[in-house]
Design a protein around this ligand. Structure first.
Ligand code: IVH
Length: 679
C-alpha cells in the first residue's frame, strides 16, 4: 500500500470511529472515550484531510456538528445555526488565533476579546416572540433541534417574558443547561445505595434528563442554566460584552466569570487563573472560550461550515497516569472524620512526583472495589490533590491483591469507629481524648482565618501537647513565659512572641471566635451569620432549633450541629474558660468602621490586579478590596495607586506600572496589609 492508500484507509477508519462515538454521545448520552481522546482523534482526521483533500467528504465529522435530532420529539429549524467551536489544547494556537484575528482587523490596537468558561452541559436555544417565551430547542444536528420548551420551563429563573425589541420580533438567546456537580454526586450516592449503576458524569445525566418524556424530571434533578450568547443582532449592541449585559438586564442567569481581555497576556492570565479555580465552580468546566468582542469584526470574520472564525475554545489537558497501590493509611481530622490516603508506587505526573493520592471516604473505596497492588489511574490537574479515579478492570488479581477494608477501630486511640446513618463519613467519637483530634482542633483555632496565632504552628502544638500543657484551646491562655521557655528551641524572644500572639487573639471579633470553635459545618460564612443574628454566645447557646433555622442561610444540618455542640457540657465549660480569658464572645458594635478608621490603607485606593494568586480567586480578592473601600480597576492609569501582582503577572501591566510610577505589591506584602488591617 502506498502513502495515499494508507491515508485513505486511516481516514475511513477514523471517520467510522468518530461517527460511532458521536452517536453514543448525542443519542445515548454515553461517553465511550474521554473528551481528550475524542478531540485527538478528530484533530488527527482533520490534519489527514488537509493533507489528502481528495478523501474529504460532506459527511465527515470534521465538517458537521456531531448531534442528531431525536425522533421522539417535534423538531424546528434554528433561525441561526447552532455551531461548534474549534478547539485546541495548545497555548501556541491561542496565540496564533489572536494574531490572525488582529491581522484581519481594521483596528488591531483597540480590538478586545471576551474570555468565558466553557460550561460542560447541553446547549439550548430559547426564542422569544414579541417578548414572550415561544420555544426552547436543543442543538440537534446544528440546523434543526428538538423542542424542549416544557422541560426548560422547569428550570428556575428562566424569564417567561423579556422587554420586546422595537427592531426584532424574534429574539434568540443561548446557554448551557447543566446538572450541578453536587446534585450529580447526591443522586449517584443514592443510586449506589439502591444497588443501581452510578451515572457516568453530570453532562450526560443532564442530557438524558432533557430527553425524558417527563419534563418534571428537570425540576426533580435540579437542572440549571448559564446563558452566554444573544445571536439576534440588535442595533444598540456593538460588542459581545454588551450582549451579556443585555442578557443580565433581561434577568437571564449569566455566570459572573467572563472577562474582557485586551491582549494575549490577559487571555493567558485568564487561562492560568481558571485552570486552578475551575473546580470551585458548581459545574464541570472543560476549558475556556475566547471570543472576539466587537460584533462588527465577528461579522467580518464570519463562520466556517462548522464553527465561527471569531471564537476558539482552549481545553485543559487532563493529567492522568497509571501506577500501583502499595498501602492505605488513615488520617484523623479535627472533627474525628477518618480520611483514607492511598500510598502509591511513585510516578511523575504534571511535573511532580506523586506518592500519595486521595481516596475521599469509605464508600469511595468500596465503589472502586480497591485491592492492594491494584493497577490504578491517578488524576491531577493544576493544584488539586492527586486522586485515584479508576481501577484497571481488566487486571488479573492474585494472592497479593488483598481487598481494602475500612478499619473498625480508630488507628490513633482504638475507639470503635462510628458511621452515622445519612453520612458517608466514618468517624472516631472520642473527641476529648483522641490525640489527632485534640491537636487538629487547636491548629484549627490558631490558624490565620481563625484566631490568627501565627507563632503556634503544628510543631509547637506537638511540643506543648507532649508536656501535657494544652489539650484544648482554652489551655493556651494559662501558658506562662516560664513554661514556654522550657520548650525545646524556645528562647525568650520566641516565647514572648508566642505569648503576644495568644494575647492578641483576645481582640479577634466574635464571628471569627465562633468559627474557631470548630463546630461541625460552621464555616466562616455560617459563623458570621450566626454571630450577626444572635449578637453574643449566650443567646446562641440558648437558641432553639427553630430559632437557629430563622437565621438567613442556616439550614437543618448546621442548626442541628450547633445544637448538638452546645448540648455537651464539656463544650460549655470550654466556652466559660474562654470567656474568663477575655475572648470576644459578643459582637463589637462598629466593627467595620473601627477597622477602616484605624487602618485606612485600602480606603479610596485605586487598585489593579494581575496574575494568579495563591490564596484568592480574583473575584474574591476584588470583593475583599472593595469591602475595605478600594476601587478595583482593570487598567493602569496615572491615577492608579497600587498594582497587586500574583504569579505570572502580565508583563505589560508591570511596565505600565513602572511608567506611571505605580507602586507594585506582591501577594506576600498584600497578606501583611490584610492581616494588619484585620487585627
Ligand atoms: S459560544 C458558535 N460560549 O460549547 C458557537 N459555547 O463547542 C458559540 N459552550 O454548543 C458557542 N460554554 O454548548 C459558547 N461560554 C460558552 C460556552 C459554550 C459551553 C458549549 C456550547 C456550544 C459548544 C461548542
Amino acid at each position: 500500500m502506498d502513502h495515499t492508500q494508507e491515508a485513505e484507509k486511516k481516514i475511513k477508519s477514523l471517520k467510522k470511529k468518530i461517527q460511532n462515538y458521536n452517536a453514543q454521545y448525542y443519542e445515548n448520552h454515553r461517553s465511550v472515550v474521554t473528551d481528550y481522546t475524542f478531540d485527538q482523534l478528530l484533530a488527527e482526521l482533520q490534519s489527514l484531510e488537509q493533507k489528502y483533500p481528495q478523501y474529504q467528504t460532506q459527511d465527515s465529522p470534521t465538517a458537521r456538528v456531531g448531534g442528531q435530532v431525536d425522533k421522539k420529539y417535534k423538531t424546528i429549524a434554528h433561525q441561526y445555526p447552532m455551531l461548534s467551536l474549534s478547539n485546541t489544547y495548545s497555548e501556541e494556537e491561542i496565540k496564533n488565533f489572536v494574531a490572525r484575528v488582529k491581522k484581519l482587523s481594521d483596528h488591531p490596537t483597540t480590538l478586545t476579546f471576551v474570555c468565558e468558561l466553557k460550561f460542560d452541559g447541553v446547549a439550548v436555544s430559547i426564542t422569544y416572540q414579541n417578548g414572550l417565551l415561544k420555544h426552547a430547542v436543543t442543538r440537534g444536528d446544528g440546523t434543526q433541534g428538538d423542542i424542549i420548551t416544557q422541560h426548560i420551563q422547569r428550570i428556575p429563573h428562566i424569564p417567561k417574558k423579556i422587554i420586546p425589541s422595537p427592531t426584532a420580533d424574534l429574539i434568540e438567546v443561548r446557554g448551557e443547561v447543566f446538572m450541578p456537580k453536587a446534585v450529580f454526586e447526591k443522586i449517584n450516592q443514592q443510586r449506589i445505595q439502591n444497588q443501581s449503576t452510578p451515572w457516568s458524569n453530570p453532562r450526560n445525566t443532564a442530557s438524558g434528563t432533557l430527553k425524558t418524556l417527563n419534563p418534571q424530571m428537570v425540576a426533580d434533578r435540579s437542572l440549571d442554566v448559564y446563558f452566554y450568547a444573544l445571536p439576534t443582532p440588535l442595533p444598540h449592541i456593538k460588542t459581545h460584552a454588551a450582549s451579556i449585559q443585555q442578557l443580565i438586564q433581561w434577568k437571564f442567569r449569566v455566570s459572573p466569570t467572563y472577562t474582557v481581555c485586551k491582549d494575549i497576556e490577559d487571555i493567558m492570565d485568564y487561562i492560568a487563573f481558571w485552570e486552578k479555580k475551575k473546580r470551585e465552580m458548581p459545574l464541570d468546566i472543560d476549558g475556556i472560550v475566547i471570543k472576539v468582542n466587537e460584533i462588527a469584526h465577528q461579522q467580518k470574520l464570519n463562520f466556517t461550515a462548522k464553527s465561527p472564525r471569531w471564537a476558539i475554545a482552549y481545553k485543559y489537558t487532563p493529567t492522568t497516569a497509571n501506577t500501583f497501590l502499595k498501602k492505605v493509611s488513615y488520617q484523623i481530622g479535627r472533627t474525628g472524620v477518618i480520611t483514607p490516603v492511598a500510598h502509591i508506587q511513585p510516578i511523575h505526573l504534571a511535573g511532580t512526583i506523586v506518592q500519595k493520592a486521595s481516596l475521599h471516604n469509605a464508600s469511595y473505596i468500596k465503589n472502586l472495589e480497591l485491592h492492594l497492588e491494584d493497577k490504578v489511574t491517578i488524576a491531577k490537574g493544576g493544584d488539586i490533590i492527586p486522586k485515584i479515579i479508576a481501577v484497571d478492570k481488566n487486571q488479573k488479581r492474585g494472592e497479593k491483591h488483598i481487598r481494602i477494608t475500612f478499619p473498625i477501630y480508630c488507628p490513633a486511640c482504638h475507639t470503635t469507629l462510628i458511621r452515622t446513618g445519612e453520612e458517608k463519613n466514618i468517624f472516631c467519637p472520642n473527641h476529648l481524648h483522641c490525640t489527632p483530634q485534640i491537636k487538629g482542633k487547636i491548629a484549627h483555632y490558631a490558624q490565620k482565618k481563625a484566631m490568627n496565632i501565627a507563632a503556634l504552628g503544628n510543631k509547637t502544638i506537638d511540643l506543648l501537647f507532649e508536656k501535657k500543657w494544652i489539650s484544648c484551646p482554652a489551655d493556651l491562655y494559662d501558658l506562662s513565659l516560664e513554661k514556654i521557655c522550657q520548650l525545646e528551641g524556645f528562647q525568650q524572644l520566641a516565647a514572648k512572641n508566642l505569648l503576644k500572639g495568644i494575647d492578641y487573639s483576645k481582640k479577634i471579633p466574635f464571628e471569627k471566635v465562633l468559627f474557631s470553635l470548630g463546630i461541625r459545618y460552621v464555616g466562616i460564612t455560617a459563623a458570621k451569620k450566626l454571630a450577626q443574628y444572635f449578637k453574643n454566645i449566650d443567646q446562641l447557646i440558648r437558641a432553639s432549633f427553630e430559632k437557629l433555622m430563622e437565621v438567613p442561610d442556616i439550614g437543618e444540618k448546621i442548626a442541628a450541629s450547633v445544637q448538638n455542640y452546645f448540648q455537651k457540657s464539656d463544650n460549655i465549660n470550654h466556652i466559660l474558660r474562654l470567656k474568663n480569658a477575655g475572648i470576644q464572645l459578643e459582637i463589637y458594635p462598629e466593627n467595620k468602621t473601627f477597622v477602616l478608621k484605624k487602618y485606612p490603607f485600602f480606603q479610596d485606593k485605586k487598585m489593579v490586579i494581575s496574575g494568579v494568586f495563591e490564596k484568592y480567586n480574583r473575584i474574591f480578592l476584588k470583593n475583599k478590596l472593595e469591602g475595605y473601600g478600594s476601587k478595583v480597576m482593570t487598567s493602569i492609569t496615572t491615577k492608579t495607586d497600587y498594582l497587586l501582582i500574583g504569579h505570572q503577572p502580565g508583563a505589560r501591566k508591570i511596565s505600565e506600572a513602572k511608567k506611571h510610577h505605580v507602586k507594585i505589591i506582591d501577594e506576600q506584602a498584600l497578606e501583611k496589609f490584610f492581616s494588619d488591617n484585620e487585627r
